[in-house]
Design a protein around this ligand. Structure first.
Ligand code: TRP
Length: 331
């Protein structure tokens, strides 16, 4: 193998992907393909920690795969697979569970949030979820893990588990690092711009799906909540405008200062229309590609089967080493 750094990341197959998922994660995945050896994963095992309808979940896994491909994941450059196809994830998760402490898992803010919002189903997997995520990463000897800011704490935990394990058994695991692009935007809700954009927002105007049509995109941007100052610049107390500036900046590759100049003396109406149009044009080819891929089930099947074949090779080798180290007799 060459000495390119290895990347692993996962995305949960949860139906709608918003432009927040796109600019916060998937866009990074795409941009890393040339420089790194990338393994990307549809994290279906993670998603059953909240209640799922099996038919819907199956559809969501396929649509997440199709969407990743439509966004630019290229199977000639990267490997993409479905987590549950590689049984080593669950097996390594079990081993690592013995090296993960109740106390450190209790500190995970995502667990606290999720159990707060999901009181009727605080299951054990919701709690041990970060150990499975650690197994995902360590199985592929990943150096870098491109994630959104909300996952940083999980990656920190993965590092600690890996370091702890290595401390006992020697230099086995690669110590992973969270990878975030400089300028990687955290996209906020359009209706309440101090909150992160989320597809579970009860207000449909709060988020934009990657596959949304032009009219709807423009309408939502127009309706987005802003301050009343009427001057386009990035600043304190201007969360709505700041958010639109970040969206525009992610698409156009322009700095905040450039954008401020571009819209000097132009007012919010003009700015919003421009952001809406640029965003809709940007997403259109993704939607077209998605629509053709989602109807090509045999191609999707070929992709995830090839992906699993390659992933399994790496995962089997890692797990074998770990089983030997902890004292399991070889099969
Ligand atoms: N937990 C991640 C999320 O909810 C998804 C995920 C699962 C992941 N396994 C991973 C991300 C491994 C990075 C690496 O967004």
């Amino acid at each position: 193998m060459d000495d390119k750094k290895r990347v692993l990341s996962g995305i949960q197959p949860t139906g709608i992907f918003t432009i927040g998922n796109y600019f916060g994660a998937i866009k990074n995945w795409v941009s890393m393909q040339d420089e790194y050896l990338c393994n990307y994963m549809i994290a279906d095992m993670h998603s059953i920690t909240v209640k799922q309808d099996p038919v819907v979940l199956k559809n969501n896994v396929l649509s997440s795969l199709a969407l990743s491909l439509a966004c630019g994941i290229d199977i000639k450059k990267s490997n993409i697979f479905i987590q549950s196809h590689i049984s080593e994830h669950a097996e390594l998760c079990w081993v690592l569970s013995s090296f993960s402490q109740f106390g450190e898992l209790s500190r995970m803010t995502q667990f606290k949030d999720k159990s707060e919002n999901n009181k009727e189903n605080i299951n054990a997997a919701l709690f041990t979820y970060p150990i499975l995520q650690t197994a995902d990463i360590l199985l592929y000897n990943a150096n870098l893990v491109p994630v959104g800011a909300d996952q940083k704490q999980h990656i920190e935990l993965s590092r600690n588990i890996a370091i702890r394990f290595n401390g006992i058994y020697g230099d086995i695991f690669t110590i992973p690092e969270a990878f975030m692009n400089i300028g990687q935007a955290k996209i906020m809700s359009l209706s309440d711009p101090i909150k992160k954009m989320s597809k579970s927002d009860k207000n449909q105007n709060g988020f934009i799906g990657i596959l949304e049509e032009k009219d709807s995109i423009i309408k939502k941007i127009k309706k987005s909540v802003t301050d009343s100052e009427g001057i386009v610049y990035f600043g304190e107390g201007k969360d709505g405008i700041n958010n639109l500036i970040d969206i525009y900046s992610s698409i156009m590759d322009k700095t905040r200062e450039d954008i401020q100049q571009e819209f000097e003396g132009k007012g919010y109406g003009n700015f919003k229309l421009k952001v809406g149009e640029v965003l809709a044009d940007y997403l259109e080819p993704i939607r077209i590609k998605y629509n053709s891929l989602i109807n090509d089930r045999s191609y999707l099947e070929e992709c995830y089967k090839t992906g699993a074949l390659y992933a399994r090779k790496i995962a089997t080798e890692t797990l074998k080493k770990i089983y030997d180290k902890v004292g399991f007799i070889g099969r």
